[in-house]
Design a protein around this ligand. Structure first.
Ligand code: FES
Length: 125
């Protein structure tokens, strides 16, 4: 049912944890199942230099969360924002159609973290 990459990221998730002095924090919940993801980003010169996450969810939610942290590290905020749930699923060699909605958690939480960073930056100007 799941690809090897999904199982690998589910069983050995990358970048799990929190960043206490994060520049942006995003949370997203899945109304269909109650699962939730929180993501912390550290930004320098417009690039995401560190990222951590905690996800309370199914295998697909954990795997997409882990994969998105790998995809965004080192990317500019605009590049990171362009990452969609579909591109994360593709990077994992696909998700079963019934689990595609789970990939929204990671993509939306990341967008929320970037929006949080931008809002804080505006406030500090
Ligand atoms: Fe809740 Fe997958 S079943 S995110």
């Amino acid at each position: 049912m799941y690809s090897e990459k999904v199982m690998d990221h589910f069983q050995h998730p990358r970048n799990v944890g929190e960043i206490p002095d994060a520049d942006g924090v995003g949370v997203e919940g899945n109304a269909r199942c109650g699962d939730i993801m929180k993501i912390w980003i550290k930004v320098e010169d417009g690039r995401i230099v560190d990222v951590k996450f905690k996800t309370f969810g199914c295998a697909a939610a954990v795997a997409t969360s882990s994969m998105i942290t790998e995809l965004v590290k080192g990317k500019t905020l605009d590049e990171a924002e362009a990452i969609t749930n579909k591109s994360v699923a593709e990077a994992l060699d696909g998700l079963p159609p019934i689990k595609m909605h789970c990939s929204n958690l990671a993509a939306d939480a990341l967008k929320n973290a970037i929006a949080d960073y931008r809002a804080k930056k505006l406030q500090s100007v």
